[in-house]
Design a protein around this ligand. Structure first.
Ligand SMILES: *[C@@H]1O[C@H](CO)[C@@H](O)[C@H](O)[C@H]1NC(C)=O
Ligand SMILES: *[C@@H]1O[C@H](CO)[C@@H](O)[C@H](O)[C@H]1NC(C)=O
Ligand SMILES: *[C@@H]1O[C@H](CO)[C@@H](O)[C@H](O)[C@H]1NC(C)=O
Ligand SMILES: *[C@@H]1O[C@H](CO)[C@@H](O)[C@H](O)[C@H]1NC(C)=O
Ligand SMILES: *[C@@H]1O[C@H](CO)[C@@H](O)[C@H](O)[C@H]1NC(C)=O
Ligand SMILES: *[C@@H]1O[C@H](CO)[C@@H](O)[C@H](O)[C@H]1NC(C)=O
Ligand SMILES: *[C@@H]1O[C@H](CO)[C@@H](O)[C@H](O)[C@H]1NC(C)=O
Length: 226
């Protein structure tokens, strides 16, 4: 009997734990603040962007509550849905520069998607207005385009870099280790394209911390920035 009972108890417990975890909305450890290089976003997309090659600035992709133990980010949590009116006029004009939708050109739709998918998971720390204000402030705090330019890392069709070449000037400027994310083109096996730079922030989205995930670009493959 005891032999039967304990696996059953285990199953009940396991089920209960799963239940708690799946409804555990808004559980995260830190934030990933992701900025993208629009020409790469558009280049790997398969169809043209609404404003191709216009933007030669790193712009915001999103602010993502993330989990150390679970690489699948919490998403679509049970928070309040996006409300465009909470992006008041001044914030709106700021975000139009820092957080444009480079793909289809509907900025509001991009913000809506990011809030509903990610922002809802940290609403206990940042309400919708704060989520967008904080993201814009993060974007303003360091100009990645400028940091790279200062290190002579500028868009080039020919030049190739190592991961550490690009990492090091950003790390020097911010005092924190970022994460670089790359995209590959199936036709070009020996290179990858710099796509995104991730800054990590602590639970309150105030203090920048070192990113310690490493799977953003392929190891030992040269990086093209164009
Ligand atoms: C995320 O991390 C927190 C704190 O470490 C943990 O309690 C929670 O269960 C994790 N959530 C998921 C979905 O893994
Ligand atoms: C980059 O952003 C700055 C600041 O908003 C803007 O003045 C500039 O025109 C942008 N440059 C390009 C090439 O998009
Ligand atoms: C989600 O939120 C709604 C409204 O705030 C609430 O009624 C519902 O019980 C919540 N669901 C879960 C699983 O927490
Ligand atoms: C842009 O997206 C918003 C939010 O999804 C939507 O309400 C609006 O109609 C869209 N605008 C256009 C021009 O498609
Ligand atoms: C960031 O730096 C780039 C390159 O120096 C510059 O074109 C851009 O205007 C800067 N962006 C802001 C917001 O100052
Ligand atoms: C620019 O580069 C110099 C050295 O090449 C470095 O000392 C300086 O910190 C850099 N400035 C910025 C803002 O990255
Ligand atoms: C990253 O840092 C956090 C917090 O210090 C730690 O809990 C986690 O185990 C680290 N992950 C890796 C892969 O080093």
């Amino acid at each position: 009997m005891a032999m039967l009972k304990s696996p059953l108890a285990f199953l009940v417990l396991a089920f209960f734990l799963c239940f708690i975890m799946s409804t555990g909305d808004g559980t995260y450890d830190y934030f990933q603040f992701v900025q993208q290089w629009p020409p790469t976003t558009c280049g790997v997309r398969g169809k043209p962007c609404s404003k191709p090659r216009l933007l030669q600035n790193f712009t915001i992709h999103g602010l993502w509550p993330s989990n150390y133990s679970n690489p699948t980010m919490p998403s679509n949590c049970n928070g309040s849905k996006f409300e465009a009116r909470k992006v008041y006029p001044q914030l709106r004009s700021d975000l139009k520069i820092s957080w444009p939708d480079v793909e289809s050109g509907n900025d509001t739709k991009f913000w809506e998607g990011e809030w509903n998918k990610h922002g809802t998971c940290s609403e206990q720390i940042l309400n919708q207005m704060q989520y967008f204000e904080r993201s814009h402030a993060m974007w303003t705090s360091y100009n990645i385009t400028k940091i790279l330019k200062n290190a002579s890392i500028v868009p080039s069709a020919k030049q190739k870099w190592k991961y550490s070449d690009i990492l090091s000037p950003i790390k020097t400027a911010t005092g924190r280790t970022p994460l670089l994310r790359c995209r590959t083109d199936p036709a070009l096996r020996n290179v990858q394209f710099l796509h995104e730079v991730v800054f990590c922030y602590g639970y309150n989205a105030l203090k920048q911390i070192d990113c310690n995930r490493t799977a953003g670009c392929k190891n030992q493959v040269d990086i093209v920035f164009k």
